[in-house]
Design a protein around this ligand. Structure first.
Ligand code: G3P
Ligand code: MG
Length: 230
């Protein structure tokens, strides 16, 4: 089962910061999950649309200019990283799962990825793009089918993993709160991997192993050993 550090090693470090990502790399995780938002043609690594929970700022991220955002404290003196900073840090070391949250311009995303692919040890096989916005994933697949896609769901759809097949996805990313054997089996029958968020409790980890999922996202990546290659 693969272990993805959820928002970096966010159980012990400020989430979605370079520090949390470095700590996750030091734990030798198989992958790191981050969330991104676009503001003024810059892709920032941050989970919320609002700044107050994770930074020293207030208001919505899209209300602010670059100078304001770059000066904020995202915890323990860390800055809100940009996607290129994160790609540079993880390149050649593990899988990077980029969860697309506040994104409208996929060309901008492609330019970040292409630049990192060209100028760093980042390889295509270590990029996994995911989103709850399946329309966005659809457009990515239409334009750049070489990027592996993770289709997020927080429910058990009537037709199980069919939505992910329609997107030509690599994996489904399902919620620990709503997953069952039928969804796992249906996804596997369709050739899809099953990654589950957010799994921190030992009891849940064991349950996910029993269901035969392929990976989990955890805020505490060291709670389970990584035993399966990507
Ligand atoms: O990508 C898995 C998980 O992060 C999805 O939910 O809200 O934690 O970004 P959220
Ligand atoms: Mg996320």
């Amino acid at each position: 089962m693969l272990i993805f550090a959820h928002r970096g090693a966010s159980g012990t470090e400020p989430e979605n910061t370079l520090r949390a990502i470095q700590v996750a790399l030091d734990m030798d995780v198989a992958g790191i999950e981050i969330d991104i938002h676009e503001v003024d043609n810059i892709l920032y690594v941050i989970h919320d649309r609002w700044l107050h929970r994770t930074t020293s700022g207030t208001g919505k991220i899209t209300q602010h200019n670059t100078k304001y955002l770059q000066d904020l404290d995202a915890g323990l003196g860390e800055k809100i990283p940009t996607l290129d900073e994160v790609l540079l840090l993880v390149a050649g070391k593990c899988i990077i799962n980029i969860e697309l949250k506040g994104i409208s311009n996929i060309e901008l995303l492609f330019s970040y990825l292409d630049s990192a692919l060209e100028n760093s040890p980042l390889i295509l096989d270590n990029i996994l793009l995911s989103s709850f916005n399946h329309h966005l994933l659809y457009h990515i697949n239409q334009q750049r089918p070489e990027f592996a896609l993770g289709a997020l769901t927080s429910c058990i759809p009537l037709e199980y993993a069919k939505f992910a097949t329609q997107l030509n996805a690599y994996s489904i990313h399902a919620s620990v709160n709503f997953i069952d054997q039928a969804l796992v089996d249906d996804a596997h029958k369709r050739g899809l991997k099953v990654f589950v968020y957010t799994v921190d409790e030992l009891d849940d980890i064991k349950e996910m192993q029993a269901l035969g999922v392929d990976g989990i996202f955890s805020n505490f990546p060291t709670r389970i050993k990584d035993v399966t290659p990507f």
